[in-house]
Ligand binder design. Sequence first.
Ligand SMILES: [Ca+2]
Ligand SMILES: [Ca+2]
Ligand SMILES: [Ca+2]
Length: 413
Amino acid sequence: MEAGYQRVDGDGFRPPGEMIVTSLALLFALQGQPPAMQALASTSADSRLPQDTICRDEAILRRSDSDVWSRVFAPQQTWMSHLGDMDGDGLFDLPDGIDALSYQPNIAGNAPGIFDLVFSSDRDFQGFADGDILRLSRFGGIEIVNSEGALNSALLPVSGSLDIDGLAIVSDNVYLVTFKDSLNGTVVGDVLDGDILRWDVTTQTITRFADEAQVQAWVDHATGSTTSIGDVKSLSFHPVSGDLLFTVQSPSAVDATVFSASQQGEILIGWEEGDWDFQISTEIDALCMIPEELEQPIILSADVNYLHPGEPFQLRMRHATPGVRLSGMAGPNYQIVDSTLGGVGYTVMDFNSRPLHRWPAQSANQLYADASGTADFQTQAPNLPVGMLSATLWYQVYAHGEGWSTPLVFLVE
Ligand SMILES: [Ca+2]
Ligand SMILES: [Ca+2]
Ligand SMILES: [Ca+2]
C-alpha cells in the first residue's frame, strides 16, 4: 500500500490514519470552528472579483474561507516579471492560460511561495507543452518538473492530444492527472477527459484511479441531479481528511463548486460556486488546497508594461492591510532573493544594481494603504542615458511589517 491514499469501497478516498482524522474533526467540532481552509485556483476564462477588475485565465487567485472574498494571488504581470522576453520579440511572455495547479514544495525549510507551485498551461507556449508539469524556477524563468514526453512514453496513446488539465500530488513523483481531451489506445485503454489516472513517474506506471462514470456518480450524489459533468477540470486533496476534491465542467451553475469524493460524493461545505464571489459567471479550471502560510501578497499593478522615456504612469497597490506603510523600489536587474519578511516571500530587486530608485522619494510624502487596502502612486518612466535605446525595469513594493508585493516589469523604449 502506498503512502498517501487508499480506496475505501464506494465511499471515496481516505488516508490510512482515519482515527487521527476523526479525532481532529471531533476536536474542531468541540471548539465550534472548523480550521480555515485556503486554496489557489485559476479560471478557464477571464473573470472579475470584488477588488480585482480583471482576473485573467492565466492568473492564480487565492481564496480563504476566513477572508471576505477571493483575491488575485499571481496576476499576469507576475508571469511576465519572471519569464521576461523569452523569444526576443519585444513582448514579455507568459503561460497561455493555467489549467492545472498543485502545491509541491521542493526545498525544505523555505517559506512557502509561488516557487512551490507546479502547474500546466492551456496551450503550448515558448517551447513548453500543454502536457508538461512546470514550475517557476528560483533562478528565474520556468523549469519542466515532468515532461509531456515522459507522460506520453508511460501512457502510449495511439491517438488523441495529450494535455493535462487537472493535477494533484499523491506523494513525491506520484501524481493524479486528468486530461483535457480523450485519448485512444493507451496502456490502460481508452481514456476519457473525465477519467482520473495515477502516474508514478519513478516507475513510469499508469493506472486508472477513477473513471468518468465514477466521478459522475459522485457529482450526481452531491447534487441530486444527473446532468452530465462534461469534463473533470481540477483535482486536489483535502488538507485534513485527505479526501479527493475536484471541479467539473458542467452544469455551469456548479462549475466553480468544489466537490469531494467523500460520503459517495458531496459538495465541500463553504466552497460552493457563490463562495468564490466571482462577479461574472465563472468556471474553475485549476484548484489546489494550500497551507495557511502561503499568504495573500499585495498586488502591484499598472495599466501598461511598455513605456516611453519620461512617460507618466500610475502604480497601484491592492490587498494590503489598511493603513500599512508602503515603500517601493525600481531597478534594472532581476535577481530572486528569498525573504523571510512575508508577502510573496522573495524580492526580484538586486540591491547592488544601479541605478536603484526608491519611491516615493525620501523628500516626498510617505505612502500608506487606504481603508480598503489600496494605494496609488503617480510616477513616470525614467529618461534613458544617451545611446541607450531601451531598458527593462522591475518594480516591487515593500509593506512595512508585511513583506514584498508581487513584482512588476516594464520595458522603457
Ligand atoms: Ca485558467
Ligand atoms: Ca494543460
Ligand atoms: Ca479533464
